[in-house]
Every structure is written in structure tokens, then in C-alpha cells.
Design a protein around this ligand. Structure first.
Ligand code: FAD
Ligand code: MLT
Ligand code: ZN
Length: 477
């Protein structure tokens, strides 16, 4: 039978939906065939661009009948190649980029209903236009979609105070693998009517269904802020500073991010417009921020006083407080551009780990020493959301060195074992995708894997939803 002939899956998709919805242009397919890091290249059968939930429903029903694998793709900014099709040429990439309406923003309910194809920055903007705050914030917010954020249960820069994406969700609309629609876009904060199905789809990376819309929690607009870049001698000092700030400022502290000196050097090398505000260098820095809904709250005084006290206690060497919004944004630019600076440096090996906060410093110490002894050619770029116990324990290859990739599996095993021994997680916020399927199979308890496979089988018995992602194919672990 000829490819594209009358009875092929592609022909049936085209016959049912037409070229308005099923895109086959090679340049378009190429643009969705590769992951963010350009490490995994697939071959899409076609790209589906549905216009509404009913169309997503009809599409999945047909794909289920024809056993066509469906790979949802949002902004394609994810780190685990979770939105990339395989190389078989049989998987349909599904993008909700046309479904990007803000359906409703309710200031009084403190809720908004958005379609999954909305860019995260647009969601934040719609909330702020009615004097409300949607706290999810990450470096990719100008291009990632809320559907992708929900499906990866993204973390980001404000988790310390507001939680992960799943903590910001009141309800969902989901199309199941067989085309059925489950819709519960409720603004209710309390609803104990049986199992809470939301949480199955949040963080499922498109393996259980397609999220088409969500009801999101809004918060009071934050009208006052104080932001500081603080030089600290060690990660242990950073952790102690965090404890002091939390003790004294409570929930006013919304971000606490660790940046190492080497990241500052990469920023200066690759993004020289990013201004480095502290004159002297330090081994480590913390970017911390406190915000308040009350514009008259003297946050700068409060944060400044705590930092002064921390200097006296020997926890902080130096600090700068942003004096205005421009300076605040400049500080955030430093933190948000660390991944980009590391990308420009060349090959890297990333570990997105979390640990109990009390064991972070010990982990950094032990893992750095192991690297120094066994992988001296690599440069450690360890940064991240220390306030959440989440480190991006990344390695960069020295310019011209190609050995890092070949030792990746061995290094990853040691780092992840060190994390597991301390009760941590090998995937704090970036998910599993296709790059960490073996890690999940190794580190998750058998009973957990059995439950996950059972849920997958219940919701997607034909295995059409994002095949090969999160779980190994087949029913048993
Ligand atoms: P994609 O990458 O397109 O897809 C991710 C997964 O979601 C895939 O499995 C896909 O199949 C699935 N999916 C997408 N849309 C849907 C849908 N509608 N229904 C069902 N499944 C769907 N992540 C963090 O957690 N914290 C950070 O601080 C952070 N910072 C980043 C900074 C930069 C500069 C970059 C490039 C990335 C960063 N990320 C971060 C990773 C990434 O941005 C997040 O994982 C983000 O949530 C992915 O959204 P996306 O729309 O790009 O999803
Ligand atoms: C971040 O926190 O900047 C990202 O999650 C990690 C990264 O982009 O490498
Ligand atoms: Zn992160």
C-alpha cells in the first residue's frame, strides 16, 4: 500500500479532518520533530492543530481506533524529550497552539479558566490585568504553554510560597485516549466528592490524556517587593540563611535561589549585558525575594535587617538590595539566564534533583568531591531552587572536550544513587519523558510502578498516548 494512499492512517486523518487541521508540510513537521536540547530527533506522521475540545475528542477517538500514537506538544521547552515523537514516522504530534483563549477571569472567585494552548506569560498577564496574581514563573514562560506546565507539574521560581503547578489548579478539562471528555472546570476550593482525578493528569506528561483547559487559582496582586543578591561562603550558610528568613519573614519569602560563582562567569562570558552587581566575587550567591500584597509593607527594611544580622552571624559576606524595579529585573535576569549561559558553553549533563533541605549542603559536598576525583575534566554548575530543596546539579564540558557524553550514564548513576541514599528524588521538577524512563524503573518502588501501569492501562488500554514516555511499554514494570 502506498504511503499516504487511501487506507493509510494519514489518509484517514486527512479524510476526516482535512489539511486545516492535519498539517503535513515538511518544514512544519521538522519544527516539531526535535526536543529543546536538540538531542532527540523524531519523525512525525503529521502535526494535528485542533481548534476546540470537540475536535481533540474526535481526533483521539480516531487515533484510538487506528492505534495511532499521539504525542502532545506544548511550547516544546521541556527537558526530558517528553514532547518529541519517536523515529518510526507513525506518531502524530498534537499541538493545542490554536486553543489559546482565556475563557474567564473571575476576580472574586480568585479563579480563571484558560485553554491549554495559552502561553504561560499570557496567563500571568490576564491575571494581572484584573489585579490578581498567577504565581507560576519560570525562565521559559514566554514560550511554554500552560498545558505543558500542567502536564509536567512545573516548579519554577515561586514554589517556596505557592507550591508546584498542581497546587495552583482547581479543575481540569481532559480528553481521554478514547475521545471521552472529562470536564470539571470548577472554581471550588473544597470538593471531596470521591477520588481527586485532577492529580492523575497533572505531571502525567501527556501519557494519560490531553489537557484542553484548566481552572487556575489566583492570588492577590503582589504590590511590594524586596529583592537581594547575597554572597554566601558555602551552601550550608545559604541553608541557614533560608531558615532565618523563613523564621522571621514567614511566607513573605517567595524565592530563594542558589547561584554558584561559575554560573556568574558563564553569564559574563555568554551574556555580557547581564550586569553583575557585587564588586567582589564569592563562591556562592543567593537571590532571595520577599513580596507582599500590601504596598506599604517595609519589606526592604525587613529583608535588609535580616541580611545585616546574617552578616554579623558570619553567614553572609556581602549583599545588594534592588533599589527599583529595573534593578530587581536585572537581578532576576542573572538567575533566569543561567540555563541559557550554560547552554551556550556547550555540552552538558543535567541532574534535576531534590533532597531534604537539611541534607542539601552535605550532598553538594560529597557529590562535588566525587566529581573532583573521578570527572575532573567537567565543570560543576550547581544552581537552583534551594528554598525547595531542588538543585540543578549540572556539569558542563570544558570547551573542546567530548568525553562527558560518553561517561553520562556512569556519572548519572553515581549522582542519582547519592541522592536516593539521602531520601531525595532524581527528578524534582522536569519529569521523566523519554530520557529518565530507566531511572524511574530503577528508583520507584515496585508497588508504585504497578499502580502507575494499572492507571495507564485503565485510561489508555491501547497505549496511544505519548508512547514510550514515563513508563516502559507493557503492563508490568
Ligand atoms: P512541552 O515541553 O511541549 O511538553 C512537556 C510535556 O507535556 C510532554 O510530555 C507533552 O507531551 C506534555 N503536554 C504538553 N501539552 C499537553 C497537553 N495540553 N495535554 C497533555 N500533555 C501535554 N521547568 C520547571 O519545572 N522549572 C523551571 O524553573 C524551569 N525553567 C526552565 C527554564 C528554561 C530556560 C527552559 C527552556 C525550560 C525550563 N523548564 C523549567 C522546563 C520547561 O519549561 C517546563 O517543563 C514546562 O512546563 C514545559 O512546558 P511546554 O509547554 O514547553 O511543554
Ligand atoms: C531552572 O531552574 O533554571 C531550570 O529548571 C533548569 C534549567 O533550565 O536547566
Ligand atoms: Zn528549575
Amino acid at each position: 500500500m502506498m504511503p499516504g494512499g487511501a487506507s493509510t492512517p494519514l489518509a484517514q486523518l486527512l479524510a476526516s479532518f482535512g489539511r486545516e487541521v492535519i498539517e503535513t508540510d515538511p518544514a512544519m513537521l521538522d519544527s516539531v520533530a526535535v526536543d529543546h536540547h536538540l538531542r532527540h530527533r523524531g519523525k512525525p506522521l503529521a502535526l494535528a492543530l485542533p481548534r476546540d475540545t470537540a475536535e481533540v475528542s474526535r481526533l483521539l477517538a480516531l487515533c484510538n481506533t487506528l492505534r495511532i500514537g499521539v504525542v502532545p506538544q506544548g511550547g516544546n521547552t521541556g527537558y526530558c524529550a517528553a514532547a518529541t515523537p519517536d523515529a518510526s514516522g507513525t506518531q502524530l504530534v498534537l499541538s493545542l497552539r490554536r486553543m489559546n483563549a482565556i475563557r474567564r477571569v473571575d476576580r472574586d472567585d480568585g479563579a480563571m479558566i484558560v485553554e491549554a494552548g495559552c502561553i504561560l506569560a499570557e496567563v500571568q498577564k490576564a491575571a494581572s490585568e484584573v489585579g490578581r496574581f498567577f504565581p507560576l514563573s519560570l525562565g521559559a514562560e514566554g514560550s511554554c504553554q500552560i498545558g505543558g506546565n500542567l502536564s509536567t507539574n512545573a516548579g519554577g521560581l515561586n514554589v517556596l510560597r505557592y507550591g508546584m503547578t498542581r497546587d495552583l489548579v482547581l479543575g481540569l478539562e481532559v480528553v481521554l485516549a478514547d475521545g471521552r471528555v472529562w470536564s470539571n472546570l470548577s472554581p471550588l476550593r473544597k470538593d471531596n466528592t470521591g477520588y481527586d482525578l485532577r492529580h492523575l493528569f497533572l505531571g502525567a506528561e501527556g501519557t494519560l490524556g490531553v489537557i484542553t483547559a484548566a481552572s487556575l487559582k489566583l492570588f492577590p496582586a503582589q504590590r511590594g517587593s524586596a529583592t537581594a543578591l547575597v554572597a554566601v561562603p558555602t551552601p550550608a550558610a545559604a541553608v541557614q540563611l533560608l531558615a532565618r528568613l523563613r523564621e522571621r519573614l514567614g511566607d513573605l519569602v517567595n524565592s530563594f535561589e542558589l547561584i554558584p560563582q561559575v554560573a556568574m562567569q558563564l553569564l559574563a562570558k555568554h551574556l555580557p549585558s547581564a550586569r553583575q552587581p557585587l564588586a567582589a566575587t564569592a563562591p556562592w550567591y543567593v537571590l532571595c525575594e520577599a513580596t507582599s500584597a500590601d504596598a506599604s509593607d517595609p519589606l526592604a527594611d525587613k529583608l535588609g535587617a535580616e541580611i545585616e544580622a546574617a552578616i554579623e552571624a558570619g553567614l553572609v559576606d556581602d549583599a545588594v538590595l534592588a533599589q527599583n524595579e529595573r534593578e530587581r529585573l536585572e537581578l532576576w535576569q542573572l538567575r533566569e539566564n543561567v540555563p541559557e549561559a550554560q547552554r551556550r558553553e556547550g555540552a552538558s549533563l543535567k541532574h534535576d534533583v531534590s533532597l531534604p533541605i537539611g541534607r542539601l549542603a552535605e550532598f553538594i559536598d560529597i557529590a562535588s568531591r566525587w566529581l573532583g576525583e573521578h570527572v575532573p575534566e567537567a565543570v560543576l554548575v550547581c544552581y537552583g531552587h534551594v528554598g525547595d530543596g531542588n538543585l540543578h546539579f549540572n556539569l558542563s564540558a570544558q570547551p573542546g572536550d567530548t568525553s562527558l557524553a560518553s561517561r553520562g550514564a556512569e556519572i548519572r548513576r553515581v549522582i542519582h544513587d547519592l541522592v536516593a541514599e539521602r531520601g531525595g528524588s532524581f527528578s524534582a521538577e522536569h519529569g521523566i519523558g523519554q530520557t529518565k524512563v530507566d531511572e524511574l524503573a530503577r528508583y520507584a518502588p515496585a508497588v508504585e510502578l504497578e499502580i502507575m501501569h494499572g492507571i495507564k492501562h485503565l485510561l489508555d488500554p491501547n497505549g496511544i498516548m505519548n508512547p514510550g514516555k514515563v513508563l516502559r511499554a507493557g503492563r508490568t514494570p
